[in-house]
Design a protein around this ligand. Structure first.
Ligand code: SF4
Ligand code: SF4
Length: 114
């Protein structure tokens, strides 16, 4: 399942550069599906469109992009690095390992090194 960031976040920013899917954003920042992925425009989807921030005051994870690091690392990198343990599983967005791997492939299928 996706990881989420709780209200305990102290805005240190340590998690953001660790995410292989660029699924972590600073509070108040707009995000795109194309950031850090190889998604390209098609007839039904334009991943380059900016989306509204999911949180204003603390870092947030875009669950649509989080793969729990499946396909890159054995463990979720944000969970490991967060100094206040506020990156936790998000039961509202449950996905099993197969689904997470499919998501990872979808996000990076046009990339030559994934
Ligand atoms: Fe990114 Fe991995 Fe954390 Fe998901 S679990 S937000 S993919 S670092
Ligand atoms: Fe917040 Fe933890 Fe990320 Fe720091 S590492 S910005 S405390 S979620």
């Amino acid at each position: 399942m996706s990881i989420k960031i709780t209200e305990k976040c102290i805005n240190c920013g340590a998690c953001e550069p660790e995410c292989p899917n660029q699924a972590i954003y600073e509070g108040g920042k707009k995000w795109r599906m194309s950031d850090g992925t190889s998604l390209i425009k098609n007839k039904t989807l334009d991943p380059t469109i900016f989306q509204e921030p999911k949180k204003k005051d603390i870092y947030f994870i875009v669950h649509e992009k989080c793969t729990e690091c499946v396909g890159f690392y054995d463990q979720p990198q944000c969970v490991i690095i967060c100094p206040v343990q506020c990156c936790v599983p998000d039961p509202k967005h449950y996905e099993n390992i197969e689904e997470l791997m499919k998501k990872k492939i979808l996000l990076h299928e046009n990339s030559c090194n994934s």
